[in-house]
Design a protein around this ligand. Structure first.
Ligand SMILES: [Zn+2]
Length: 566
């Protein structure tokens, strides 16, 4: 009977699925519907969840999937599938539409910056297979999963599994791997007490303690990384630096800067991910307000004067200093920087690395004086290590040279006090000052999981915000709902924050301020700075909270934070 229908095809009466679904040979509909089943499974279990997890417009995408599905279904219904040609055509149209739907979703959502790099969909099955295998390998506790390229671009292969060094390699990888997974910018291995070391992870400026490590293990791990980075493992005292690049487990050629040093209590190793990238930011991306960038550019049109940059250790001081230098035109101006640790090359800038341990080196203050004698247009000092340096700056030709001094201080006001005290002569110190930049960091809320809430009138009053304008603020979330089930946010790993932004106070030092500094009248100086109604770092942070970029918790952390000891 089936035979006769197939033959009947040839006589010219078109047989569509609609008219003869049950009558066509059964394998045709099965083959035609198999792609629908696979497609429907993929759309609901992968694409739909992906869209929901990263807030990519789940409803809109559901509609698009439906349109593609209906179009494919229409092909099955409308194309006469009795003959082999019609069947093949229908099958091709179905496959093209369904695969096209998945391809379009992947292409468009992968370009969406809301989806982090390692969470992007891949339709490359080879890649998926490798990723799966890598994961399985990593699960098998205690095996080497990273490929490491060390000094002189030489690979550092893992030792054979039976060798005693293999366990050290695995432990060393695990410490680094954990840092990468939790989005740490830096991992430190340092002594916790007499017999124990500990790893600590710096995530968006906040330290997270890691597991304790027995002293002997920690030293072996430190020695492994030092050796991989081409550093002298026998030198356990001086500050040494080296670099490796690491691939595997989400990292691909990620540069990691190793810095080791030693003291009476033991050795310390700092591993800094992407050191150059971390300090390479445009002033606009640092978090400076437009009005503040404008003021800095105005200062740059003048010659000379000292500008203090106040920040905290681990507080992005290098990034800020590099950005401020970059506001100058390195092609028309002679710019020199004196740094303890050059973290990135700045085009056109003469960067001098100061090594305090070098035997024949002059001290920092002397180096500063000799640099300033050459009358450069701009000099940037990465530190204010001693009063002599401050005195040498204050006594140089400050009509000629602009000097930036980056220093550890909690506020702009505190930086002025420290500088005046270091110079020793407040009148002389005030004379040369042009301005001061106070700089702090706040964590940025994860845009994928932050939670809006209406602030209470009391809260707004306490913060000094206008109640009629601020209708909502945001707090950290850490979770997303996927099909009504809470899931750890895949973008921030449940932390609720992702990255940091700088908040600044930029204050000019004019004649009124100079007079007050000369008198040592700090409360008067504070009042004079307030009178200008320029935003302080704290107020800049509050503005970012109102914009939904950070939380009130982060803003209040700025005022409650005691200066961090390093
Ligand atoms: Zn999140």
């Amino acid at each position: 009977m089936l035979e006769s229908f197939t033959l009947a095809q040839g006589t010219g009466s078109p047989l569509t699925l609609a008219s003869g679904f049950m009558l066509v040979s059964p394998w045709k509909p099965i083959i035609l519907f198999a792609p629908f089943v696979a497609w429907a499974w993929f759309v609901s279990s992968v694409l739909d969840k992906h869209a929901q997890r990263f807030f990519l417009g789940r409803e809109k995408w559901a509609l698009i999937h439906m349109i593609f599905g209906m179009a494919a279904l229409a092909a099955v219904v409308l194309v006469p599938i009795g003959g082999i040609a019609g069947f093949a055509a229908a099958l091709l149209i179905v496959l093209a539409l369904l695969a096209g739907n998945i391809g379009i979703f992947t292409a468009i959502t992968n370009k969406d910056e809301r989806v982090p790099e390692h969470q992007k969909l891949t339709l490359n099955f080879e890649e998926m297979k490798t990723a799966r295998e890598d994961k399985a390998k990593a699960k098998q506790l205690g095996s080497s999963a990273l490929s490491i390229v060390g000094a002189n671009k030489m690979g550092v292969p893992p030792p054979p599994k039976e060798a005693p060094e293999y366990a050290v390699r695995v432990a060393a990888e695990q410490v680094l791997q954990k840092g990468f997974t939790v989005h740490a910018s830096q991992v430190d291995i340092l002594p916790a007490n007499e017999s124990t070391y500990a790893a600590s992870y710096l995530v968006d400026g906040v330290r997270q303690a890691g597991d304790p490590l027995p002293k002997a293990d920690a030293i072996q791990i430190i020695d492994f990384w030092k050796s991989a980075a081409g550093m002298d493992i026998n030198d356990r005292r001086r500050k040494l630096t080296g670099e490796v690049s690491v691939s595997g487990e989400g990292m691909s050629g990620t540069p990691v800067r190793m810095t080791s040093s030693g003291s009476a209590s033991g050795m310390r190793l700092s591993m800094l991910f992407n050191p150059a990238e971390a300090v390479r930011r445009k002033p606009e991306d640092l978090g400076l307000l437009d009005s503040q960038i404008e003021m800095l550019r105005e200062w740059n049109n003048e010659r000379g004067g000292v500008v203090l940059i106040a920040g905290q250790p681990d507080g992005g001081r290098t990034t800020t200093m590099y950005s401020v230098i970059r506001l100058h035109d390195a092609y028309t101006q002679g710019i020199t920087s004196l740094e303890f640790d050059v973290q990135d090359a700045i085009e056109g800038v003469k960067q001098i690395q100061f090594d305090p341990a070098a035997d024949d080196a002059p001290d920092y203050a002397t180096l500063v004086r000799s640099t300033l004698r050459r009358d450069p247009d701009v000099v940037a000092l990465a530190e204010l290590p001693d009063p002599q340096t401050a005195a040498n700056v204050a006594n140089s030709d400050l009509e000629r040279s602009r000097v930036y001094i980056s220093m550890k201080a909690n506020s702009a006001l505190e930086a002025v006090q420290i500088y005046a005290k270091a110079v020793g002569d407040p009148v002389l110190a005030a004379e040369g000052l042009r301005g001061v930049i106070g700089h702090r960091l706040v964590r940025v809320l994860c845009g994928n999981c932050k939670v809006a809430y209406p602030p209470t009138p009391e809260m707004l009053k306490k913060l000094g915000l206008p109640g009629d304008r601020v209708k909502q603020l945001f707090k950290k979330g850490g979770q997303v709902l996927v099909r009504n089930k809470p899931e750890v946010c895949p973008v921030c790993n449940g932390v609720g924050y992702m990255g940091q932004t700088g908040v600044f106070g930029v204050f000019p030092i004019e004649s009124e301020e100079k007079a007050l500094i000369g008198e040592g009248n700090w409360s008067g100086l504070r009042a004079a700075m307030r009178k200008r109604q320029l935003p302080s770092a704290q107020q800049a942070a509050l503005r970012k909270a109102v914009e939904g970029l950070t939380s009130i918790e982060e803003v209040t952390r700025l005022s409650s934070d005691k200066p961090k000891k390093k």
